[in-house]
Ligand binder design. Structure first.
Ligand code: RIB
Ligand code: CA
Length: 325
């Protein structure tokens, strides 16, 4: 087998936190389980929950997998401009700001002292041309790393991210937080704009493919049928998925859309999907359209956009791979 691809998972993992999407911890489990990936570290960012809480969740997943050797670094608590979207500031005052149904370690044991932005910079510069960042939350850590150390963009191998919506799929390929914007981009459009313009090899996993139309859905029946005795990680997978049943976007489908795990699956093997090279920009100023990802005319492509996937097959493969832990 060829050398595993070195990745950092940049994530906003709500682990057992009611009202959050639980696809980030599922993505983390997949990153640990797939032998074609070498997980160098986990960096957390605001999004589903505050990043310190996310780090505690990531550490709980790592412990359940017997992989507490993987470093976790806490990252940006706000957008680049120092503010939080009002909807998150409010949510963090409630259930999304504290541990929920799964016991989490203390922050002191969960995370390294280094800030996620510094961890990204140091790790990319230590392995020039080798590191892929799989970004499955707002892109603030990544943008901040690029601003702090301009060499980062040149030294990254690639970025695979979950974010955006291009309208390629008529029903779901629109927005999920506004009518035109997907939340990972909308939470910090300026950060995403920096990443999209960075010149780094970018692969975009958007709402155009992460939706019920492609069948990229973990069904409620499958979730309820997870055998807790199937493997070491199975109880954590079952617990994480149980909170997913309460997630705000659950009404989208008869189950849970595996947005972020598809980004990890593509990092492990791009052949699981099909792609089209496109020029895409991010709307940073529009009052009605902030955070929209916009196909651009007459410009060179900057993104490999995922345009097709056999959802049910990928969902099966993801589950089977995770349960090897
Ligand atoms: O729009 C889907 C994204 O936001 C995913 O990263 C998921 O974790 C959700 O919070
Ligand atoms: Ca996420």
């Amino acid at each position: 087998m060829s050398t595993p691809r070195k990745i950092i998972l940049d994530t906003d993992p709500g682990v057992g936190i009611r009202g959050t999407d639980a696809d980030d911890p599922i993505a983390l489990m997949l990153a640990l389980a797939d032998p074609r990936l070498e997980l160098l570290g986990v960096t957390t960012v605001f999004g589903n929950c505050p990043p310190a809480l996310g780090a505690r969740g990531a550490a709980a997943v790592l412990a359940a997998a017997g992989r507490s050797d993987v470093p976790v670094a806490v990252g940006m608590r706000t957008r680049l401009d120092g503010t939080l979207p009002g909807v998150l500031a409010e949510a963090y005052q409630g259930a999304r700001g504290e541990p929920g149904t799964i016991e989490l370690p203390d922050l002191a044991t969960a995370a390294v002292r280094e800030h996620a932005v510094d961890f990204l910079v140091d790790t990319v510069l230590t392995h020039p041309g080798e590191v892929t960042v799989v970004a499955i939350g707002p892109q603030t850590n990544l943008a901040m790393a690029m601003l702090k150390e301009p060499e980062v963009a040149a030294k990254l191998r690639s970025v695979v991210f979950m974010g955006g919506a291009l309208g390629l799929e008529s029903r779901y390929g629109r927005g999920n937080v506004t009518s035109v914007a997907e939340c990972n981009i909308w939470y910090d459009p300026r950060a995403a704009d920096i990443v999209f313009r960075s010149g780094v090899d970018l692969t975009m996993i958007s709402l155009d493919v992460t939706n019920p139309a492609t069948g990229l859905v973990l069904s409620e029946e499958t979730i309820r049928g997870i055998d807790r005795g199937a493997s070491r990680i199975a109880p954590m997978l079952a617990d994480v998925c149980a909170t997913y049943l309460d997630a705000p976007m659950f009404e989208w489908a008869d189950g849970c859309v595996l947005y972020d795990p598809l980004a990890v699956a593509v990092a492990a093997d791009p052949d699981v999907a099909s792609f089209a090279d496109m020029a895409v920009g991010v709307e940073t100023a529009g009052e009605l359209t902030a955070g929209q990802t916009v196909p651009l005319r007459g410009q060179d492509p900057n993104v490999h956009v995922c345009v097709g996937v056999d959802g049910p097959q990928v969902v099966d493969d993801i589950l089977r791979t995770i349960l090897t832990i």
